[in-house]
Design a protein around this ligand. Structure first.
Ligand SMILES: Nc1ncnc2c1ncn2[C@@H]1O[C@H](COP(=O)(O)OP(=O)(O)OP(=O)(O)O)[C@@H](O)[C@H]1O
Ligand SMILES: [Zn+2]
Ligand SMILES: [Zn+2]
Length: 743
């Protein structure tokens, strides 16, 4: 038998090998194997079993070893890998590396730890002799004699600075015994970012929830591919619906994958899930970036062997090797965090839908603010829409108040951080011992320009995105199409003289709060505090315990937080997300407003939300105020349609970078001509233009945008053209299919 193997060792080509008789029964498509490459054993994955080689059979080498009893990739994952390879123009090797964790690729069959202990104490004579002849062995023997329990071998070796040979010699002498143990840890045992595991009886579903659970349940029972989009307002009990769907799958013997945007930022959700499933006797694998290699291997093994049937994790959990996949939940499906910003640049939600299709499973996407991509799929009949229109227990939706900062600036004369309305509300909360969260959006882009008097932001006439200010040559440029104009000295709309950008940092806000509430206890959560490992969790539990009155942070902390005592939420500068050079800016702003507002009034008392903006009439703000997703979606989809932006066409980003700007520009321009010739009207191109960030680490960057109706047609063509052309070594290219960030 001959098999086709994709190496995972920097060798991007399918290679053929013979399978020796004794390995035939073990080898399948998707098996991890060791094969000789350039006379060295390397790890690879069997992509084709029982195939025909492109070289004479006598010249083929043998597979050396099959690394696991079960295939690392199930058939649906193999098909998924092939699709990702083509769709995202990513090398097969990089796709497989994303799918199979390093701990698995490096491959022991099961994680083993070696432990050492004393077999018998050395006699005094023996010890004296040892000290003379082999002082290192003596040290190990003495060390072990002082221990109460077995000691990890690796730990002992590094602690005493001796080699394994020293231990082996002691074992031979019969003084030391070595023991192999399979250590299984439950991921999250140290609770890096999760709080306590929440247990308790599940609540009785309300009628709306029941209807959604039934609707999803129907698809689960049918057992065919289906996608449901759950649009449920904040606090409407979406998580409870996901839980019930997963429970139905587990009860029927199937498996489920539950995706969250980021595990570290959703400790509450993770705790709830574990509490529920583990109480019912289902091992729950939590898949996150802080897992140790051993924990990762254990989790993977538990899923691949069918011992665990549910996994919760960020986007890479979509590749979990579960058996009999019946359901994929994508919580907060609108989150840009689902898109990976390095190769392979896949979108976790889109991959989830595709995997569900391959597996014949149900995909349940949920959000209070669905992405327009998913919503458009509902309108075209591809996805089924389920809704939760009310908060649980008939709690009121928070009341959103908009503060016009233009008036505020006029009244207060000069730079204003906090409006009087927001300050009054905060003071009232402090007196009543209720809590406030202030959000600052960090997506702000300092080179945008906004008039502080009338709120005007200059837009590109061709692209409906904000123009970018370039200080070097005093111009405004559109980085989508390259259109430019001199930067205005006065506001083009109201002729006010000062139109420079001023963003607010978390520190500025903190100072402003100190001035108005000097006695309040306050914490700041931003990238500084987040980087300190345990700080995030600490702050959240202090906040929950009521030890903090005002929490200041970026919208990153807003995800899925459920604090009953928060009755006021302030969004300090709504404009920061709105006037950025990105056609999704309105959508992001709408999402941000609705999501942060959703953090208020989740307990017994109703909540208030204060939004500060220089452009109070903007659609995103007005529709968010009325919590009108459908209205917003209609208007925004209209604009997208007019400009033929996603979801009406696919958007592909092509970056060229290198040390020599002329060379980069030359090749990018030459390339555009080739694409025009080859693809004609199948693709619309914008650029090449300098990237909004023109230079990074001494490399210049040019970019091209492609708009096309069918990415599956265009991407392979681009890849083919790339391979045909001759490129200099110092020009690097990156293709990003369905790019999420335009900055
Ligand atoms: N049927 C129910 N009866 C009583 N309480 C419920 C019910 N369903 C959910 N809850 C509780 O209501 C709260 C909010 O629910 P949940 O977190 O599921 O909402 P959500 O829609 O996911 O919210 P968000 O999207 O804003 O994070 C939780 O504390 C949850 O335990
Ligand atoms: Zn103005
Ligand atoms: Zn433009």
């Amino acid at each position: 038998m001959i098999v086709g193997v994709q190496p995972l060792a920097g060798f991007d080509k399918l290679l053929h090998y013979k399978v020796p008789e004794h390995l035939r029964a073990e080898i399948h498509r998707g098996s991890l194997v060791r094969v000789p490459i350039l006379n060295r054993p390397q790890v690879g994955l069997v992509l084709e079993a029982d195939t025909i080689a492109d070289v004479p059979v006598e010249r083929l080498k043998n597979i050396l070893e099959v690394m696991q009893d079960y295939p690392a990739l199930t058939p649906d994952l193999l098909a998924l890998a092939k699709w990702m390879h083509v769709y995202y123009a990513a090398r097969m090797e990089s796709v497989l590396e994303a799918m199979i964790p390093a701990a698995v690729r490096d491959g022991t069959r099961l994680k083993e730890e070696r432990f050492l202990g004393l077999a018998r104490p050395a006699t005094p004579d023996e010890l004296v002799a040892l000290k003379k002849k082999a002082p290192q062995q003596a040290r190990v023997a003495e060390f072990l004699a002082q221990q109460f329990q077995l000691v990890k071998k690796s730990l002992l070796l590094s602690r005493l600075g001796v080699t394994a040979a020293v231990v082996t010699a002691l074992v031979k002498r019969g003084l030391v015994r070595e023991e192999v143990r399979h250590v299984e840890r439950v991921a999250y045992a140290d609770n890096w970012s999760g709080g306590e595991v929440v247990t308790g009886l599940p609540p009785k579903l309300n009628p709306e929830q029941t209807a959604v659970v039934d609707s999803v349940g129907e698809s689960l029972t049918k057992g065919k591919f289906a996608v449901h989009l759950l649009h449920g307002v904040t606090g409407s009990g979406k998580t409870e619906v996901y839980l019930r769907a997963v429970e139905q799958v587990l009860a029927a013997g199937g498996s489920a994958i539950y995706l969250v945007p980021e595990v570290a930022l959703t400790p509450q959700t993770v705790s709830r899930l574990r509490g529920r499933f583990e109480a019912a006797g289902h091992q729950t694998v939590v898949w996150h970036s802080h897992l140790g290699e051993g924990e990762r291997l254990d989790g993977w093994t538990a899923l691949a062997s069918g011992k665990a049937r549910v996994v919760v994790g960020a986007r890479s959990a979509i590749f979990a090797p579960v058996r009999d996949l019946r359901l994929i939940v994508v919580d907060e499906e609108h989150e840009p965090a689902y898109k990976q910003d390095e190769t392979p640049r896949y979108h976790g939600r889109d991959v989830a839908v595709y995997r569900a299709k391959l597996a014949g499973a149900t995909c349940l996407l949920g959000s209070a603010t669905p992405s327009l991509e998913s919503f458009a799929n509902v309108k075209s009949g591809k996805y089924r829409l389920d809704v939760l229109t009310k908060r649980v227990d008939d709690k009121k939706m928070p009341d959103i108040q908009i503060v016009d900062m233009r008036i505020e600036v006029m009244r207060q004369r000069g730079l204003v951080t906090l409006s009087r309305l927001l300050v009054n509300h905060m003071q009232a909360r402090f007196e009543r011992r209720e809590q406030t969260i202030l959000f600052i959006n960090r997506r702000g882009y300092s080179s945008s320009m906004q008039c502080r008097k009338c709120g005007h932001v200059e837009q590109c006439p061709h692209c409906s995105v904000a123009m970018t200010y370039h200080r070097a040559d005093e111009t405004l440029k559109c980085h989508l199409c390259g259109h430019q104009r001199g930067s205005p000295a006065v506001c083009p709309s109201c002729a006010a003289p000062d139109i420079r950008w001023r963003g607010l940092g978390t520190q500025r806000v903190e100072e402003a709060v100190r001035r108005v509430l000097p006695r309040a206890r306050m914490e700041r959560m931003d990238t500084d505090t987040m980087s300190k490992k345990h700080r995030f969790r600490e702050i959240l539990s202090e906040f929950r315990a009521g030890k903090i009155d005002v929490l200041i942070g970026t919208q990153m902390i807003g995800k899925g937080l459920d604090f009953p005592n928060v009755t006021l939420v302030g969004l300090v500068d709504a404009d920061l997300s709105m006037h950025v050079p990105d056609f999704r800016a309105n959508e992001r702003t709408f999402q941000l407003l609705v999501q942060v507002a959703g953090r208020a009034g989740r307990g017994d008392r109703s909540g208030e939300v204060v939004v500060q903006t220089f452009t109070p009439k903007a659609d995103a703000i007005q529709y968010a105020k009325r919590a009108d997703f459908d209205g917003f979606a209609e208007v925004e989809l209209g604009v997208r349609k007019q400009f033929q932006y996603p979801p009406y066409r696919h958007l592909i980003h092509h970056l060229f970078r290198g040390k020599n700007p002329e060379k980069i520009k030359f090749y990018a321009e030459h390339w555009v001509k080739q694409v025009e010739k080859a693809l004609g009207s199948a693709v619309e191109m914008r650029g090449p233009t300098p990237s909004p960030i023109e230079k990074v680490k001494d490399e210049y960057r040019y970019q091209i945008w492609y708009f096309c109706a069918r990415a599956t047609k265009v991407v392979p063509e681009l890849v083919r053209l790339q391979a045909e052309m001759k490129w200099p070594d110092d020009v690097t290219q990156i293709l990003d299919v369905d790019a999420m960030s335009l900055m």
